[in-house]
Design a protein around this ligand. Structure first.
Ligand code: PLP
Length: 432
């Protein structure tokens, strides 16, 4: 499979090159030259197949000859190694729980797949691979965990001191091994600026191959299709579901739409956003106007200019009619998010996290207006990751077993000023 740039000025790249580069030089995003179509009977046969077999069949055309089949199958097995249950909340709405992986969020899937692709590619290279990630909480944990103990790779995580949740901080600081965690006295934006500067530092790049394991990387984006198939595998007959996706950078939703175009039956997608409403506004007015992000309860979705939305536009050749036939978009306030967490807990005994709650509110509105439909929300993270949920409910959230273990592990973190040269020094040391 070849990938072109959505800006159409950089040359096409095979999967391997697209993964190693991350982003084409023209600033666009890599996009598959042709969207593969699933063979007849694939959906009807989902029931009889294991999750790793489904993953392999879905991703294989995208990878092509960049990774041999037996290696790719191993990568799929290691990626889909935890459960993806579809749990009924009410008689009309079910949650696809994507939080049973090591860091309790859906980003585990993309991070695990990408890390293993990089391991494969770096075995063919000389220099060490340094994965450098600035995080405001969720992404860093998934990436660090995905790359933990992966041979040939050193991970360096930058996060703003005092600005991530308790569980997130433990997930970032207790891995050890090839993961180095730097707590910077500064903001997330400063962490990100330092990471960007390192990626653009030609002198530094001579001494180490540095990558950001960014969410726009095709090796993180494409495997997110897997669990949409796992949802359909568990969907009990009847018409296809409406699927609501809590969206920030729109990578998750873009992978669902891609699966849909390649043959996965979905009645409609709902892009569920918080107060950061660039996309819902685009659906209403036809104008795409990025704006500065605002802070909300569902902070992993606080994005003012979603980087993957261009991939969704690409799938519809920029035609809004086609887009509107497949998708709607909604913006849900923090008040409504909190109210939804309370209501769903009270009525159904189910604890939503703030991101899943945004999706729940959006799909509930849709079903009220279209009473014959039923649907699925993606529950993108475990509620224990967000201190706000216990505050909203006034009761403690039941923690999964893995959390207890986190509290027993030794923390290892270096505190530094948010200063480029101090971070650069650490990178150089790790590159040796
Ligand atoms: C990253 C994240 C999202 C947003 O996903 P995108 O692919 O950026 O749209 C939603 N929920 C949680 C918990 C996340 O960590």
């Amino acid at each position: 499979m070849q990938y072109f740039s959505t800006n159409h000025r950089s040359p096409q790249a095979a999967f391997r090159e697209a993964v190693l580069r991350g982003q084409p030089e023209d600033g666009g995003l890599y996009f598959p030259a042709a969207i593969p179509q699933l063979p007849d009977g694939f959906i009807a046969g989902l029931d009889a197949r294991s999750n790793e077999e489904i993953a392999f069949d879905v991703i294989r055309p995208y990878v092509g000859r960049s990774i041999p089949d037996d290696k790719l199958f191993d990568i799929c097995r290691e990626t889909a190694s935890f459960p993806f249950p579809l749990v009924p909340i009410s008689d009309k709405i079910s949650a696809l729980e994507l939080f049973h992986g090591p860091t309790l969020a859906f980003k585990d899937v993309g991070a695990r797949f990408m890390s293993r692709c990089l391991r494969h590619f770096s075995s063919e290279r000389e220099a060490k691979t340094i994965v450098l990630v600035a995080t405001s909480g969720d992404t860093g944990g998934a990436v660090a965990n995905g790359f933990h103990n992966v041979e040939g790779i050193e991970v360096i995580i930058l996060y703003p001191k005092g600005r991530v949740s308790t569980v997130q901080e433990l997930q970032l600081t207790t891995l050890g091994g090839n993961v180095t965690t730097l707590e910077l006295r500064g903001t997330f934006d400063e962490c990100q600026a330092i990471a960007k500067r390192a990626l653009a530092d030609a002198e530094l790049q001579k001494q180490a191959f540095i990558t950001s394991a960014n969410s726009i990387n095709v090796a993180r984006w494409l495997p997110q299709q897997f669990y949409y198939f796992y949802a359909l595998k568990q969907w009990e007959g009847g018409p296809p579901p409406v699927v609501a996706v809590p969206s920030g950078n729109f990578g998750n939703l873009a992978s669902g739409v891609l699966a849909n175009i390649s043959g996965l039956p979905v009645a409609r997608f709902i892009a569920a956003c918080n107060a950061n409403d660039v996309v819902p506004e685009f659906f209403e007015t036809g104008d795409y106007r990025p704006k500065p992000s605002v802070s909300t309860l569902s902070n992993a979705m606080d994005v003012g200019d979603p980087s993957n939305f261009v991939r969704i536009l690409e799938m519809f050749s920029g035609k809004t009619d086609g887009l509107k036939a497949r998708m709607s978009a909604a913006s849900i306030s923090d008040e409504r998010t909190a109210e939804t967490i309370r209501e769903v807990h009270r009525n159904y005994g189910y604890t939503l996290d703030p991101h899943g709650a945004v999706a729940y509110a959006a799909i509930a509105d849709y079903i009220e207006a279209n009473p014959d439909t039923r649907g699925i929300i993606l529950e993108t993270a475990h509620p224990i990751k967000f201190d706000s949920v216990a505050d909203i409910l006034g009761v403690e959230v039941t923690a999964p077993d893995s959390i207890g273990e986190l509290f027993t592990k030794e923390k290892s973190v270096t505190e530094l000023d948010a200063d480029y040269n101090s971070v650069r020094e650490v990178i150089l040391k790790k590159a040796k």
